[in-house]
Design a protein around this ligand. Structure first.
Ligand code: SAH
Length: 388
């Protein structure tokens, strides 16, 4: 009986290679304790530091600290969270909607923290982390001075950890709707029932980028609550915002009113059908955004997802007016950067368009993609300009 997790040679190698996860098959001796922070050692008993231990999960331990002499106490959480916050200073003051902690990307495995103005929305996505909840909450309140913390612990991965799926307030009070600003655009966010933790913070820089080249007649496909559309509306003459969610579009219309913007038309439609219809009716757009949900949910659906991305992009490219600008993105972790760019190339060929790459984008500073942890990266985008 020991509370130390002993990992196999392969498990130790994985940690040494910069990946915090050790799977159940690489645990040589499981800790005798409940979920929590445990010491880790290699086959020879050499201390490898500390990890979050999840007895029910396939990902048994998530390594958090390499120094065996360190203590994972309140001061430790405060330091790690403080380092993540410091990294966000680069974002500047023109937005108050920021991901403060991007889990493994900030060396805080399975912890997501998004800030919406004076409130935080968190996700505790492992049993090991859940057992540290009180310390995490204390550190977050102390570091941010927030007025409330909501746990969006309704993600399905919690089930694999043996944890309940729930949405609960962990500190203070949290409103149902929060107004945030992003580069001068005002947005209403619904943390309790919105997608992700309420908004798609990961596209912040891409919205800025596209707004800087937007003009004429614009189309925002998969608009959610109008995020790209609101930025496009400042530079373009008119914007059509398409989404299949009536509730998201309804908030989009309220966001437009909040910003005094009158040139966005919100259309509830299936984007795949919409692009076909508009192509048939001869409509063309000077600026197009394609930001679908993750079409590849797992390894098995990669081929089908690539066909769907291809189909969407061929149509979006054909809808481009001469010299038009297209921003196309994928947030599927399972579709890597290479296959995504190959898809863009094939779609351009099939659309019969000459397209120049103006920018290839990834994740913003508040969503760090760590090179040794592929799971921290998922978002890629390309800004294309039609040559003729
Ligand atoms: N561009 C948004 C994020 C889009 S997320 C932003 O920057 O905030 C993907 C969106 O696609 C969701 O709002 C979802 O409701 C919508 N969606 C999913 N399937 C769709 C479909 N077939 N047609 C249109 N919209 C769809």
């Amino acid at each position: 009986m020991s509370e130390t997790a002993r990992v196999s040679a392969r498990g130790a190698k994985r940690i040494a290679a910069g990946h915090p996860w050790v799977f159940r098959s690489d645990i040589e001796r499981a800790p005798s304790t409940e979920a929590g922070v445990v010491p880790v050692e290699d086959q020879r008993g050499k201390g490898l530091g500390w990890a979050l231990w999840s007895p029910a999960s396939e990902i048994s331990i998530r390594h958090i600290e390499a120094d065996p002499k360190a203590r994972v106490d309140d001061a430790w959480w405060a330091a790690r969270i403080g380092a993540a916050l410091a990294r966000r200073r680069a974002i500047g003051g023109d937005t108050n909607a920021v991901r403060l902690v991007h889990a493994e990307g900030d060396r805080l495995p399975s912890l997501v923290v998004d800030r919406y103005d004076r409130w935080l929305v968190v996700q505790l996505l492992s049993a090991g982390l859940e057992s540290c909840r009180a310390a995490v909450v204390r550190a977050l309140v102390a570091a941010t001075g927030c007025e409330g913390i909501l746990a969006r612990n309704d993600a399905s991965v919690r089930t694999r950890e043996g944890l309940a799926r729930e949405v609960t307030v962990l500190a203070g009070g949290v409103p149902d709707e929060i107004e945030v600003t992003e580069a001068g655009v005002r947005l209403l966010v619904t943390p309790r029932d919105g997608q992700k933790t309420g908004a798609f913070l990961d596209q912040r820089e891409n919205r800025r980028l596209v707004a800087s080249v937007a003009r004429g007649s614009a189309l925002d496909l998969f608009s959610y609550h109008g995020s790209f559309a609101l930025h496009l509306a400042r530079a373009a003459d008119r914007v059509v915002a398409v989404d299949s969610s009536g509730a998201a579009l309804e908030r989009g219309a309220r966001n437009a009113a909040l910003n005094g913007v009158g040139n966005i038309e919100f259309v509830e439609a299936d984007a795949f059908a919409f692009v076909r219809d508009r192509l048939k009716s001869g409509e063309r757009y000077d600026t197009v955004v394609v930001d679908p949900p993750a079409l590849a949910k797992n390894r098995g659906s990669i081929a089908g997802a690539l066909r769907a991305y291809h189909d969407l992009n061929v149509h979006a490219m054909r809808l481009l007016a001469p010299n038009g600008m297209l921003f196309t993105a994928s947030c599927s972790y399972h579709v890597g950067k290479g296959p995504f760019l190959d898809m863009v190339r094939d779609a351009a060929a099939d659309a019969g368009r000459t397209l120049a790459i103006r920018a290839i984008t990834g994740q913003p500073v508040d969503h760090p993609e760590v090179v040794t942890i592929p799971e921290t990266g998922y978002l890629k985008g390309v800004l294309l300009e039609a040559i003729g």
